[in-house]
Write a protein that binds this ligand. Structure first.
Ligand SMILES: Nc1ncnc2c1ncn2[C@@H]1O[C@H](COP(=O)(O)OP(=O)(O)O)[C@@H](O)[C@H]1O
Ligand SMILES: [Mg+2]
Length: 391
């Protein structure tokens, strides 16, 4: 076992995040004593949010607590109805665990929500009142006796209803929450009210679109304002990166120089995905050479390989920008121009023309403003750009 770059990591591959996990867990446990808390994990892509949620899920399972988990990116079709179907199915699964339904009843959940008559009959016969009313709502919706607003209300209420009836508690986890934010103001308002008034269900959401999430969670006018305790997820602490690397190299049976570890920490800025990716790339480098230990030279070579490997991804990033944005980014990176006037001078335009673009790039969290001026937020992307434009 060495490194894993991509996909939620768990077990021995998962490192640190103790503080946040303890806090989330304390919040979840508080649910049972009536001190309900909702959390939002916010941070850029690949910083480790899903991995934290995965660890929570495992812990919920171990402690025999019910989790309702949805990756909002994977909801298909991407519509309110698609979301409600997924939510209903997952809620029922969780309820089936909580109440110990038979395996046969469990196997009919998906089809029953989709409206298969035999599955509805099977489930109702085996489970009874717990599902009858709820499945009827879905039948009524499919037969157009009720509209999607009613369906939404009944579906979002379901876990709380069951929890009350059976003295249970549910934890709803919505990964990549910003994806469902687009289902319209009605949904958002109702979801926010649900989150507010339910007593036996708590919500843990995550979001990668940092600016949008900030708006959703922290704007006074937003329905979600004040509903969540917001946790910003950033790089790992340096000593944990060190642990992760040492464990990974030892796991692969390779030796390393202390300087190499320092270089990896410096180059990756302790960003967990890049740490894993560079760790992997180092292993590949010495495997190619068939010998040796991980030295600073190996790290340098492996870093170049990693940038090549990430080209596809970064090129796609770059394609999202119109030429003027790309020119500005290139100027910041290659010409070391960090102020609007500096950038404008290099591009031969007025400073006033640069400012709106910079503002947008700031908004999109592509650049940040430090004392020295504007800089790229993702230093690996910056290195890649430098290489890309000088090739
Ligand atoms: N706590 C961690 N310990 C070790 N590696 C991690 C950790 N968190 C994230 N990673 C690395 O980062 C990658 C992306 O993590 P993920 O949880 O999917 O991020 P996100 O959900 O924020 O996009 C993982 O595949 C893994 O390589
Ligand atoms: Mg994720």
């Amino acid at each position: 076992m060495g490194f894993q770059a991509g996909g939620p990591v768990k077990g021995a591959l998962f490192c640190d995040r103790e503080e946040i996990i303890d806090e989330l867990w304390a919040g979840i446990k508080g649910l049972k004593s009536g001190a309900r808390q909702n959390f939002a994990l916010v941070g850029p892509r690949l910083i480790g949010k899903s991995s934290i949620l995965e660890v929570l899920r495992e812990r919920l399972e171990r402690e025999k607590m019910e989790g309702i988990y949805l990756d909002c990116w994977k909801i298909y079709p991407s519509s309110l109805q698609g979301f409600l179907e997924a939510f209903a199915e997952n809620s029922m699964r969780s309820v089936s665990e909580a109440l110990g339904w038979t395996a046969r009843a469990r196997s009919r959940i998906g089809d029953a929500i989709k409206g298969t008559v035999s599955a509805i009959l099977d489930l109702t016969k085996s489970v009874g009142v717990e599902v009858e009313d709820f499945l009827k709502v879905w039948v009524d919706f499919r037969e157009r006796r009720i509209n999607i607003s009613d369906l939404m209300r009944k579906t979002l209420e379901y876990p709380e209803q069951i929890a009350e009836r059976h003295n249970k508690f549910f934890v709803v986890i919505l990964d990549e929450f910003q994806e469902i934010y687009k289902y319209g103001p009605d949904f958002i308002k109702y979801l926010s009210a649900t989150i507010y008034h339910q007593r036996r269900v708590c919500y843990i959401i995550s979001g990668s679109a940092v600016t949008l999430m900030r708006r959703i969670l922290e704007d006074r006018g937003s329905p979600f304002y004040g509903r969540f305790s917001v946790k910003w997820i950033g790089p790992l602490p340096e000593q944990d990166v060190r642990k992760l690397l040492v464990r990974g190299f030892k796991g692969e049976g390779v030796s390393y120089d202390e300087d190499a570890i320092i270089d990896i920490i410096r180059k990756t800025h302790s960003h967990p995905y890049y740490v894993q990716k560079l760790g992997q790339s180092c292993i590949n480098s010495i495997t190619k050479r068939k010998s040796g230990r991980i030295s600073p030279e190996i790290v340098a070579e492996a870093y170049d390989d990693m940038l090549c490997d990430l080209s596809f991804h970064f090129e796609e990033e770059l394609r999202k920008f119109e030429p003027r944005y790309r020119n500005i980014l290139a100027t910041i990176v290659l010409q070391d121009a960090k102020t609007p006037s500096g950038i404008a001078a290099k591009l031969n335009i007025r400073a006033g023309e640069v400012s709106p673009y910079l503002k947008r790039l700031l908004d999109m969290q592509v650049i940040e403003k430090s004392e020295a001026g504007y800089e790229l937020m993702n230093k690996i992307f910056e290195d890649w750009l430098r290489k890309h434009y000088s090739d």
